[in-house]
Design a protein around this ligand. Structure first.
Ligand code: FE
Ligand code: FE
Ligand code: ZN
Length: 278
């Protein structure tokens, strides 16, 4: 069964958001683990959490995904930025694990001049102070487009991070189709080769989630601009092949396309219709 959802705002609370997922005929969702541009978060009441768990259970949601804030840079050499990132990832792993959310994804970070190796050392140390090894949640590294000094533009960099930490068994990967395309992995003309490469470097068992996005920017551009499915440089056909690939089809897919809930509902309907027509 296709597990498809979108990034959702949790402004209305987590139970109401899960209800909205059902109304959109989706069966999973991605939410921010806290305010993506600030640092605040809401604590949910016991009743609200119970309601949320009931909705996802009764509607057989697939794995849920939390996304850490964009302001969090675990690769930073700036002490204040780094301390903040360490606190956020530590708290949010624990908070999302307590909500029984299966996966939390974060952008590995930007080294802002200190170099990839030093940046990766910071990320590893940041993860080591955050992961206890007792949690059930998986911490996913997102594949990045490589804009600026972003780390995670290659599968090798993600492997280096995973290999460095004390609890690699808690680390997985979230593949963003827009980002890998912009990073120079040719998922349009040779998806099989990209997946072989992923398997060789990281192992496909580490792939836990797909961010399904088209790209406004061309192949290898190292620019991160999401487009609606079928309206970018990747195109509908290539994205449908991602959805139905035998090695990927059991994974949860999350749209991060520029729409509100109404637009996302239509986009998911279009995707399902096109898959059925094939
Ligand atoms: Fe992301
Ligand atoms: Fe993404
Ligand atoms: Zn992006």
């Amino acid at each position: 069964m296709l597990i498809l959802g979108t990034h959702m705002s949790i402004a209305e609370g987590i139970a109401k958001t899960a209800e909205n997922v059902v109304k959109m005929n989706a069966n999973t969702m991605q939410i921010f683990s806290r305010n993506p541009r600030g640092s605040s978060y809401k604590n949910y009441s016991k009743e609200e959490v119970e309601c949320f768990q009931k909705i996802r259970r009764e509607n057989q949601f697939g794995p849920l995904l939390a996304h850490a804030p964009y302001t969090m840079n675990l690769a930073s050499a700036d002490e204040r930025v780094y301390e903040f990132a360490c606190m956020v990832i530590r708290e949010d792993i624990a908070r999302m694990d307590a909500l029984q959310i299966e996966n939390i994804v974060f952008h590995p970070g930007s080294h802002t001049g200190i170099g990839t190796e030093a940046g990766i050392r910071n990320i590893v140390a940041g993860l080591d102070q955050a992961i206890t090894g007792e949690e059930s949640i998986m911490i996913l590294l997102e594949t990045m487009s490589g804009k600026g000094t972003e780390i995670g533009v290659s599968f090798e960099e993600l492997k280096e991070i995973r290999d460095g930490v004390k609890h690699p068994e808690r680390i997985g990967v979230c593949l963003d189709t827009c980002h890998v395309f912009a990073a120079g992995y040719d998922i349009v003309n040779d998806l099989d080769k990209v997946l072989e490469e992923f398997d060789r470097v990281l192992g496909l068992d580490l792939l836990r989630a797909i961010h399904l996005n088209d790209s406004m920017m061309p192949f290898g551009s190292h620019k991160d601009r999401h487009a609606a499915i079928g309206e970018g440089e990747i195109g509908l056909e290539a994205l449908l092949r991602v959805l139905e690939h035998p090695l990927l089809r059991k994974l949860p897919f999350y749209l991060e396309t520029p729409f509100d809930d109404v637009g996302h509902k239509k986009e998911m309907e279009m995707i399902k219709r096109k898959l059925e027509e094939r």
